[in-house]
Design a protein around this ligand. Structure first.
Ligand SMILES: Cc1cc2nc3c(=O)[nH]c(=O)nc-3n(C[C@H](O)[C@H](O)[C@H](O)COP(=O)(O)O)c2cc1C
Length: 226
């Protein structure tokens, strides 16, 4: 698969097949992704990969908490969405939620079904492998951005191996549990999780794609000859 296809076929997959991925392959993806650029080549990403029994253990920890603790969980340890969320960002966020729930025929009013779907985050949507991207608490916006670039490189490389991914900031809502589970050093905090595996092509939740703004809405071009 070439890079154009890898980028265009990446999407946030929310239903995976249980087919395992060998450790060697996950190591390769995590290692290759470190070709991502970073300011001053700081390479500020820290990655925790779990599979098999470890994924099952983390899932099991969360299951009994879903009915009582969603959507807040433990409260996030950093702000994901700015408050207030102004336009056009608010509408984009709203739209992606609408498309997601429409794909599984869940109405806006049906809160319990919405929570049930949201809780699938904490099952890694059935994926056999999970990654957590952590950052040094002392680092600033430039390093957050570098970790974002690293995350996207993982997602694109995963396509090259035939896998799909879903980045999962949802895990930040259970940051204390994740910290303890991963035995995260005090100086680190989790930026995002990510589910990794083969997509379930039959799952309706995977049947839609989040729209993008037209090019001219977010980019300008100056000084080109043609
Ligand atoms: C850092 C990050 C965290 C995300 N966290 C979640 C999440 O917790 N759960 C989820 O279903 N999608 C999550 N997403 C996926 C976004 O909703 C998705 O990228 C966006 O709607 C665009 O859709 P696409 O990735 O399918 O193109 C996350 C994306 C990013 C970049």
């Amino acid at each position: 698969m070439d890079v154009l296809e890898a980028v265009s076929s990446r999407y946030s997959c929310r239903a995976f097949l249980p087919t395992p991925i060998p450790e060697k392959v996950v190591r390769e993806i995590v290692e290759r992704a470190a070709r991502a650029p970073s300011a001053g080549n700081m390479q500020p990403w820290r990655v925790y990969a779990i599979a098999g029994k470890r994924v099952d253990e983390l899932r099991a920890l969360l299951v009994p908490r879903m009915t009582t603790e969603l959507p807040k969980g433990e409260g996030t340890d950093y702000t994901i969405y700015p408050e207030p969320l102004t336009e056009p960002y608010r509408s984009r966020r709203f739209m992606v939620g609408e498309l997601l729930y429409q794909s599984i025929k869940v109405s806006r009013e049906d809160k319990s079904s919405r929570y049930r779907q949201y809780a699938r985050n904490y099952q890694f949507f059935g994926a056999p492998v999970a990654l957590f991207f952590a950052r040094e608490k002392a680092h600033g916006p430039a390093q957050w951005a570098d970790i974002g670039g690293y995350l996207q490189t993982v997602a694109v490389l995963a396509r090259g191996y035939g896998f799909h991914t879903c980045p999962q900031q949802a895990w930040v809502s259970f940051h204390r549990t994740v910290r303890e589970f991963l035995n995260l050093p005090d100086r680190l905090m989790v930026y995002s999780g990510m589910a990794l595996g083969y997509e379930d092509t039959a799952a309706p939740i995977n049947s839609w794609r989040a729209p993008r703004e037209s090019l001219d809405a977010f980019a300008s071009f100056q000084g080109f000859d043609s």
